[in-house]
Design a protein around this ligand. Structure first.
Ligand code: CA
Length: 552
């Protein structure tokens, strides 16, 4: 056996990686090459060598404990069989059938990807390294996780876990609150035992509010709300300006439009949790007011979100195609739609449903700007748009990934059904199967949801906005033992539109399903067609949730 430790400074300072390695055959000699490599010499007649390596952020002894717990015997076939059984069980929570081979490969690849993060950081004895580098121990049965790519994953990956893995959701939220105890701020992009501060927003608020409102409550919710409120007021990318004047001035801070829009959504999440916990009306209203701050950056002239100076003037010149500046890894055509909690408010700002749909259509029509020489470095997210060939619809990065579903809020759901051909255009079963950053399960969770026929546009509501199912049959198996089945027997090439739907045998006209619809178990039957049904899903009472509508 050998053991050791590496301390790296990659992305966060002080990443400790202890290891322990056990070998099936004795080695005669160890020779160190510098402090990063070792050469082990085995007997010349050694034919098969089995090695078990354990890792820990705490100690080499814990690394060995982890290794022995997972691989008690150095028997490759036994480990392989056990791993295969675990994966079969894990992938069994959603089962699809009746698609092409490529679609099956795409689906199960995506589902597999959704189960690769976060990283379990606590050892089998419960010990883990906290953000102040001290060692602590989780209570029996608890697990400590890190690698939360929250800017990516709050959109669909976290909501997918609320459906299929409530144990993981509880453990993740308890881990976030543990980080908060040390840093005084909810994590933004934690890695190992540190905070990278990567990307924007305070989307832990979205994750926690969504979990609580869906009934996942194995943590201190009062403390979580306090943590959300505190985090919303100390975000380093512009909370001070945002709270003072309702937006972040673009002549002072970069990423100002993206931050303002995403803060406003996170604030809506805070208002929902505050209301659910019975907080005084004034506390709830403060965050409801902040939730409307997206309106401060809407430019009526271009009908796009646009940066404003501290004196209130819109930034000029303004190129809606240009990435960066006021926008985080994207441009105004991508971020204008980042009003997850209030699409109806955005419809109103754009002059009604026709204007809104015209702007949505334009995302696919307006030729993008491929020249990234102004960006200050190669940004692959821009270059990938060329391969996608869908105008400014940059599915290879996250901000635009809910956009297609917004047609459901404006009475033209068949256009969402049409554009969901993204499932076949931008995913494939070859080595280049993803069109850009997969990003810790998010772009895969988009596919898993979309293939089922619905998507969580606004985490924090109980709604899943309908697209169109990809497979002839899909079954979700929940932890409560219930099954939800989606049947679309006519599905196949060309039949991309929904003619009609029924839920548990009754005609269903809404453009969304609820969390309760799914978790109670049941069956959604969808009749697919080659031509759009322009009469289904057009009544405002069938539209998904919008904050403005609720307040009317
Ligand atoms: Ca990304």
């Amino acid at each position: 056996e050998i053991a050791g430790m590496r301390r790296t400074q990659g992305w966060v300072p002080d990443q400790y990686v202890f290891f322990s390695a056990r070998f099936s055959e004795p080695f005669a000699d160890v020779r160190l090459l510098g402090d990063k490599q070792a050469v082990l010499t085995f007997a010349p007649d050694t034919e098969t060598l089995t090695i078990a390596v354990g890792l820990s952020s705490v100690s080499a002894a814990n690394a060995r404990l982890n290794s022995v717990a997972e691989v008690p015997e150095l028997d490759f076939d036994a480990v392989h069989a056990r791993a295969a059984a675990l994966w079969r069980e894990a992938l069994g929570d959603i089962v699809v059938e009746g698609g092409s081979r490529d679609e099956m490969v795409n689906f199960y690849t995506a589902q597999y990807h959704t189960k690769l993060t976060p990283n379990l950081m606590s050892d089998v004895n419960g010990e883990y390294r906290r953000h102040d580098q001290r060692i602590a121990r989780m209570p029996q049965g608890g697990a400590y996780y890190s690698t939360f790519s929250l800017w990516d994953t709050f959109r669909a990956w976290n909501p997918l876990q609320t459906l299929v893995d409530t144990t993981l959701v509880n453990d993740m939220i308890r881990s976030m609150l543990d980080m908060y105890d040390i840093t005084g701020e909810l994590p933004i992009w934690p890695l190992a035992s540190g905070e990278t501060g990567t990307m924007i927003g305070y989307h832990a608020a979205s994750v926690i509010a969504d979990a609580y409102l869906k009934g996942i409550r194995g943590y201190d919710a009062e403390k979580a709300l306090d943590a959300m409120i505190r985090s919303s007021n100390i975000n380093k990318k512009g909370s001070d300006y945002y709270t003072a004047q309702g937006y972040i001035p673009s002549n002072i801070k970069r990423e100002s439009v993206s931050c303002t829009l995403e803060y406003a959504y996170d604030d809506w999440c805070i208002s929902r949790l505050a209301a659910a916990l019975g907080k005084p009306r004034s506390e709830v209203e403060l965050y409801e007011k902040r939730a409307m701050n997206y309106r401060n950056l809407f430019d009526p002239e271009t009908r796009l979100m646009r940066g404003r100076n501290r004196n209130g003037a819109f930034m000029s010149p303004f190129s809606p195609l240009k990435w960066g500046d006021a926008f985080t890894e994207g441009n105004s055509w991508h971020y204008t739609w980042s009003v997850f909690h209030d699409p109806q408010g955005l419809v109103d700002l754009m002059g009604g449903p026709d204007g809104f749909v015209q702007m949505l259509d334009s995302v696919f029509n307006v030729p993008p700007l491929f020249d990234d020489s102004y960006y200050g470095g190669i940004i692959h997210e821009i270059r990938e748009m060329q391969v996608m060939n869908m105008g400014n619809y940059a599915h290879g990065n996250q901000p635009v990934q809910h956009m297609i579903y917004l047609y459901d809020y404006a009475g033209q759901p068949w256009k969402a059904q049409y554009w969901l051909e993204v499932m076949n255009r931008l995913y494939n079963s070859r080595a280049d199967g993803y069109c850009g950053d997969e990003d810790n399960g998010q772009t895969s969770a988009w596919y898993v949801f979309s293939a089922l026929g619905f998507y969580p546009v606004c985490p924090g509501t109980d709604q899943y906005v309908m697209g169109a199912p990809l497979f002839r049959k899909a079954v979700l198996r929940f932890e409560n033992g219930k099954l939800f089945t989606i049947e679309a027997p006519e599905n196949g090439p060309g039949n991309r539109y929904i003619r009609s739907a029924s839920l548990n045998g009754e005609k269903y006209t809404k453009n969304y399903l609820t969390h309760g619809n799914l978790l109670r178990g049941g069956k959604l039957q969808v009749k697919m067609d080659r031509v759009p049904n322009k009469k289904r899903g057009i009544a405002p009472e069938d539209f998904p949730y919008s904050f403005s509508t609720e307040r009317k």
